[in-house]
Design a protein around this ligand. Sequence first.
Ligand code: DC
Length: 228
Amino acid sequence: MIAIDGPSASGKGTVASRVAAQLGFHYLDSGALYRLTALGARRAGVHLPPVEHAIPPGLEQQLATHAAGLDVRFVGEQIFLAGEEVSLALRDEQTSREASRVAALGAVRAALLQRQRDFRVAPGLVTDGRDMATVVFPDAQVKIFLTASAEERAARRYKQLIGKGLTANIDDLLRDIHERDQRDASRALAPLVQDLRASLLDTTCLTADAAVEEVLRRYHASIDAPCN
Ligand code: DC
């Protein structure tokens, strides 16, 4: 079990999925579950209030019910919500912003907890998120906190969006990243923090290949010396 946590757009999804492929392990993108909750709720006509207003308890319950009943299928790199391919829609900026708000709600997190743990099946699981090492899989064998500077993350997100044919503005992306970092790290429930047993991997100046190799090196080192 390899748990990789880190901030938005740090590249942890790319690294985690490639490590999983190399080891023949399963892969869980836990952020996708929060994105699916936000997108699915919006499509069902459940809308969040403006960002300056708190989400009221009744709406939190509605969102949690929605999260518990998500009809989702992961097929390779594709994600299906109620039978429809939504991989691209999940990544747009509105869904990213809403996912971050929905993820701060205790009832939603509780509704998604067991669902995430169910992905832990043989021969192994590589997962990425914010609380993989701290809350969802606290006994993970390898824990990594993967990060990069906010500017580098905004630049990577920009390239990714443009590459997918979407429009993007680098200043808006950087502002969104700062806002999301702040919300994910300061929320009361399962905030983004480096677990005490997690090792830091700063990828600001690393290629994805080098980051994948480094995670694999730490994984193999943990097998050779499990108590270190
Ligand atoms: O990793 P991501 O950007 O796809 O995550 C989307 C949102 O979900 C992000 O704002 C943080 C939140 N999230 C979370 O709270 N806990 C996780 N384990 C994964 C993501």
